[in-house]
Design a protein around this ligand. Structure first.
Ligand SMILES: Cc1cc2nc3c(=O)[nH]c(=O)nc-3n(C[C@H](O)[C@H](O)[C@H](O)COP(=O)(O)OP(=O)(O)OC[C@H]3O[C@@H](n4cnc5c(N)ncnc54)[C@H](O)[C@@H]3O)c2cc1C
Length: 345
């Protein structure tokens, strides 16, 4: 295996920001992963597992340990359960998420279509339980295969073990312990779709010739791609990691108090309890922060929750800008918002 030194990490992230990794390697098998882990131990340096770099803000100083770029590939359709029309569909952690979604649909398996066009890798999807358009990946995960760096063993975790929540999972709480190598999904081939989410419902309502029962999973994928394309910045031009913050979840009491002050404030009941408020709405309507730029960093003109950067922007500028947003939201609503994007240094 090749361990490179002083490799710029900006090129491996969608923010296009960040200093260098002291050591860097590509890992394409479980044996290589073990070798990389042993290398970090021998050098007495920390390690960091990098997928597609689409949910990270890497410091201008970079990372002083070993960055392990996950490249374990492979996709397969396993045994079908005849009764339930469910099949186990598996992918290596280094597969690109959206290519995998398309592949499952082309092979006749539905479920992941609402999660189309999310950047990143299969291995990172369980980490923050990626979600979009009324679907979360945890709903479809049957087994996560991982290397446990504490016991040095390959293990299998079922969905319950993963403790999936809103943009959350056990992998965030036990940071660095588990390196995901493969993920198994339980997918159906019954063609059923979920277009309950407002944007999707409106999209199909506009197409009067299509009735709900006729909508196919591939059409949902196309719709999601279309909607996202019109709502999100082109990350080939801008630096971005998508939504920078999580939507806050507050108590009913807190929401009632805010609703008096801001009658138009939308909300959604959160499955795990509490009321979820779209932060984009607060940033836009309460703080008037949609489409504002400070130097090389700003909020996207179509969605204030999305932070964008111009070429050459520094991580520290993003930190200063986002801390200011947090302060303004706290002052206006009393809510302490939380970053979804991970800070790496
Ligand atoms: C334009 C844009 C739109 C986005 N839209 C959405 C969206 O709609 N919904 C959503 O949920 N997210 C969204 N995201 C965020 C991002 O795409 C997801 O969080 C994605 O899962 C990150 O994958 P990645 O491979 O890039 O992970 P990285 O950013 O490389 O890593 C993220 C975290 O996962 C860990 N990790 C990565 N691979 C592994 C592994 N194999 N084992 C253990 N840990 C691992 C990393 O160490 C890090 O902690 C968006 C991002 C962008 C840029």
């Amino acid at each position: 295996m090749i361990f490179q030194e002083n490799i710029s990490l900006a090129q491996y992230t969608t923010f296009k920001i960040g200093g260098s990794a002291r050591f860097f390697c590509l890992v394409a098998s479980i044996d290589e992963l073990k070798e990389a882990f042993e290398f970090a131990q021998k050098k007495s340096v920390p390690f960091f597992v990098l997928g597609g770099g689409s949910n990270l803000l890497i410091s201008d100083e970079g990372f002083h340990g070993l960055v392990i770029k996950m490249e374990i590939r492979g996709k397969k359709i396993g045994d079908r359960s005849q009764k339930l029309e469910v099949a186990t569909v598996s992918a290596g952690a280094g597969e690109m998420w959206d290519e995998f979604v398309e592949w499952t649909l082309v092979n006749g398996f539905n479920g992941l279509e609402n999660l189309s066009a999310i950047p990143g890798t299969v291995g990172a999807a369980p980490v923050q339980n990626i979600g979009a358009y009324g679907t979360e990946v945890g709903q479809f995960i049957s087994t996560v295969h991982a290397f446990d760096t504490h016991t040095m063993k390959e293990i299998e975790l079922n969905a319950r073990d993963c403790h999936f929540g809103y943009r959350n999972s056990m992998f965030k709480h036990e940071k660095g312990r588990y390196i995901i190598t493969h993920v198994d999904f339980a997918l159906r081939n019954d063609g059923k779709v979920n277009v309950e989410y407002k944007d999707l419902r409106n999209y199909f309502n506009d197409q009067v010739t299509i009735t709900n029962s006729q909508i196919t999973p591939l059409q949902v994928r196309e719709a999601v791609i279309d909607i996202r394309w019109n709502k999100l910045p082109d990350w080939n031009t801008w630096g971005t990691a998508g939504s920078f913050f999580k939507n806050p979840i507050v108590t009913q009491e807190k929401f009632d108090e805010l609703k008096v002050k801001y009658p138009g404030m939308p909300s959604f009941p959160e499955a795990s309890g509490g009321i979820k408020i779209p932060l984009g709405w607060i940033l836009d309507n309460v703080c008037q922060l949609k489409g504002v730029m400070t130097g090389g960093v700003g909020t996207y003109e179509k969605q204030a929750l999305v932070i964008i950067t111009k070429p050459g922007a520094k991580a520290l500028e993003v930190v200063a800008f986002t801390q200011d947003l947090m302060k303004q939201v706290k002052e206006a609503t009393g809510i302490m918002i939380e970053a979804e994007v991970e800070w790496v240094n």
